[in-house]
Design a protein around this ligand. Structure first.
Ligand SMILES: [Zn+2]
Length: 196
């Protein structure tokens, strides 16, 4: 069982009321190496590719090849929840901001069948870390709620910190003329102070 959900159950709290904060590292740490040969199969995932960034919702898109079906690729998504907070934090350079964003809270999604049918999408929905909500409890395939993500997401979360330079290219170097005019912020200074 996911450590977070386990704690919720021990405390007898309704998980529906709980909002947790989870980073790529904590979700990765919650993976169960033995459940459906997770560790063994994750090692077989090769060739994660960064496909682009969507600033509107702070989502990094990756293409991950299927292990069992050659020629099939999954559009794995990681939503960076701190993107809005840190993208304009000009006291840090672009790479520093990118690292802070990548180390912050995330939400995840993989369109593979495993993510849905083995209960991972449900587990992440309960933890508020799923991009798409899945309310159906996996009572047949994963009633103990083992693990946290499918092998494709596992592969992406493991390498996420290495994409700081790719994300940095998406961040503004300095405040726009419009932002300076509207907020009065001096170039090189942050228009706001984020938490953390
Ligand atoms: Zn997957």
């Amino acid at each position: 069982m996911s450590r977070i959900l386990e704690r919720l159950v021990i405390r007898g709290e309704s998980a529906d009321q709980i909002i947790t904060e989870e980073t790529a590292a904590t979700i990765h740490a919650d993976e169960d190496p033995n459940f459906i040969h997770h560790k063994e199969y994750t090692k077989m995932v090769q060739g994660v590719q960064f496909k682009g960034f969507t600033p509107k919702d702070g989502v990094m898109n990756f293409s991950v090849p299927s292990v069992g079906t050659p020629g099939t690729y999954y559009d794995v998504r990681v939503q960076l929840m701190n993107y809005d907070t840190f993208k304009d934090y000009f006291e840090l350079n672009r790479t520093q901001r990118a690292r802070k964003i990548l180390n912050g809270d995330v939400r995840v999604f993989c369109p593979c069948l495993s993510f849905l049918y083995w209960g991972y999408q449900y587990i992440n929905s309960r933890k508020q870390t799923s991009i798409r909500n899945e309310p159906r409890y996996p009572d047949v395939r994963n009633p103990k709620l083992l693990g946290s993500v499918c092998k494709h997401l596992s592969a992406v979360l493991r390498v996420l910190p290495f994409y700081a330079s790719d994300l940095a290219k998406e961040l503004p170097e300095k405040p726009s003329e419009k932002a300076i005019k509207n907020t009065g912020v001096a170039a090189g200074k942050s228009p706001k102070l984020p938490n953390g």
